[in-house]
Write a protein that binds this ligand. Structure first.
Ligand code: MTE
Length: 298
């Protein structure tokens, strides 16, 4: 990840988002079946970013390194059909069709803060379901301590995978108690429509108290394990990106401060705002880390 200390107007100008009608109709019915919209107690009351901002300024290295590359290139990804491999310490392993895997999951809207490790942030109205509901359906076996995730590997449709920018496929992981936390979502939609490809269609992880890079996109594999799963950025630069990656204004990145953030779309005159411990979710999640040294386990 690169860091741009100087903000250019183009960094905050929404890129016109293009959603293909066919994609909406094909994916929409299954993934958005009667979402229980309304005010979740887990939602923030801050004003959400626009759809154009959320889908026009992205990190998704499979589609390029620039913030506008995913919006420009991600439409070439075919998200239907989609299969997810479930393996490891689980009662119901298998290779599932996505619709079958997530059938019965209670879809809700959650408006979450999102904080990238690069020190920008947004407010995002996701639709999705708690990862805990899916893990309960799959049956986590005793002894499992972590959940690993893997992104699709398909260089023909993800041209960034032909380059050595990252070790492909993108991988991420959570401790099991983090994965089971009610704030942890599998997102299927955004602003009441299926997730745009550039935001991680058809399913992506959302862990709002962690830096954005934990939020792995286009998931094709979920593994229950008793050993800490590999995580892409942590493997590349462990001194910069930890396994936990909890948002923490007191622990700086070696190359920049994490004390404040730039809210995308706030305008050039808005200035930076203070970053909150656990991205504002301390009341809900701080107990997961009691007794840990968060400067060592960053
Ligand atoms: N997932 C995959 N597969 N590839 C990526 O490059 N980037 C991560 C994360 N998930 C990334 C990914 C990073 S660095 C961030 S900040 C968020 O996605 C960005 O999510 P957004 O583009 O929806 O805001």
């Amino acid at each position: 990840m690169t860091y741009k200390p100087t903000l250019r107007w183009s960094d905050v100008t929404p890129h016109t988002m293009f959603l293909n009608r066919r994609q909406i109709m094909a994916a929409g019915a299954a993934l958005l079946a009667s979402p229980a919209l309304g005010n979740s107690p887990y939602s923030t009351d801050e004003t959400p970013n626009t759809r154009e901002e959320i889908s026009g300024y992205n990190n998704y290295y499979e589609f390029g390194l620039g913030k506008e590359d995913p919006a420009a290139n991600a439409s070439m990804l075919q998200t239907k059909p989609w299969t997810v491999k479930v393996d490891g310490m689980v009662d119901k392993p298998g290779i599932y069709d996505l619709d079958e895997l997530i059938s019965g999951m209670p879809i809700e809207e959650r408006i979450y803060r999102f904080r990238c490790v690069e020190a920008w942030s947004m407010i995002i109205p996701w639709q999705g379901f708690q990862l805990s509901a899916l893990l309960d359906k799959l049956g986590v076996q005793p002894g499992a301590k972590y959940v690993g995730f893997e992104t699709l590997l398909r260089p023909e449709e993800m041209p960034g995978q032909k380059m050595g920018t990252l070790d492909w496929p993108y991988v991420e992981g959570l401790r099991l108690d983090e994965a089971m936390h009610p704030l942890t979502l599998i997102a299927t939609g955004l602003y009441g429509q299926p997730l745009p490809n550039q935001n991680g269609a058809p399913i992506r992880l959302v862990v709002p108290w962690k830096y954005g890079f934990k939020n792995i996109k286009a998931i094709v594999r979920i593994t229950l394990t008793d050993t800490q799963p590999p995580c892409t950025w942590n493997q590349i630069a462990p001194q910069e990106y930890g396994f936990y990656a909890n948002v923490n204004p007191q622990v700086d990145h070696p190359r920049w401060s994490q004390a404040s953030e730039r809210r995308i779309g706030a305008g050039l005159l808005a200035g930076r705002q203070d970053t909150l411990m656990f991205n504002g979710y301390a009341d809900e999640v701080a107990s997961l880390y009691s007794g840990m040294d968060l400067a060592a386990d960053y």
